[in-house]
Unconditional design. Sequence first.
Length: 345
Amino acid sequence: MTLRLTRLGNVALLLGVLLAATIAGAQHKTGIVVPGEPWRDNRGELIQAHGGGILHLKDTWYWFGEDRTETNDPARRYVACYSSTDLVHWTYRRQVVALAEPEDLGAKWILERPKVFYNRKTHKFVMYVHLDGPGPSPAPGSFGYNVAKVGILTSDTVDGDYKWVRSLRPLDQESRDIGQFIDDDGSAYLIFESRPTKGFFIARLSADYLNVESKVAFIDAPLEGGAIVHYKGLYYALGSHLTGWRPNPNVYATAPSLAGPWSTMRDIAPPETNTYNSQSSMLIKVTGSKMTSVLYVGDRWSPKALWDSRYIWMPLSIDGEHMTLPEPRPWSIDVETGVTHILQP
Ligand code: GAL
């Protein structure tokens, strides 16, 4: 009897392991996203698109992000580009940025949170990045993010070599984490965190997207990882508190127009979950024939193994002014209809 139970136990264990392995590989083979599990591209490699941004062109989404591959040249900074027509299976296009230090930023220079905009007038793809580093003469004990600028790069094709253009401080402000927002009318905005003013700016890009032209709003809350979506007549601005790689309870505000007035901040998830151990990076709106869905895209950082940082993508539940991130579970999406389906246990 004892032996039979043990055998049964072993069989159950084996089945459990097989199921876990199937789920872990699921997003590669089937149309299911498993938040927090390794997400692999068409080559079977871990997707390197951390702190990323999405560009939607016709029926294709392009996902750009920090490429933290372990074997990258430590003197350069990399951005990878992937494409997908279903938001689940991602094809590796290439490293679109493999940049040597462009300015006097210091050896431990930083290029983070790349966001790409497509300019319909100039036909250029314009990338904004958070550019930082200790700078030429860092004060003792400074935290290494002293430069606080954006870098701008451009390419003639979506997955071409993005060439360095210049760096700047948007609206003459210190700028660290950046986010992007493209409104339904096609206008393009940069979101950036500004530490001295303890808040974040929403700023309109110039007609050619090569400059940050004007302030649209300043949200009076020190938040980073800023992301915005326009859904059913309301703007939602989401961000995380300033705790570096460590997750914290992310919050959002709403406003009838981008310029405000913005509401006070609310939790997007039960605060004790620290946003289910993730940090906001973008909000993706999928407008289908049956409904519009909004996806939360967050990073679950592994500071000691950044290449193995995971992604938490989940469909949000939005009800009037309330936006809620459900507990991460496997889910699927039909991008034609916009319908998402969260698998129940
Ligand atoms: C986070 C930021 C990340 C990265 C990290 C470094 O606050 O969102 O993009 O800069 O700090 O500590």
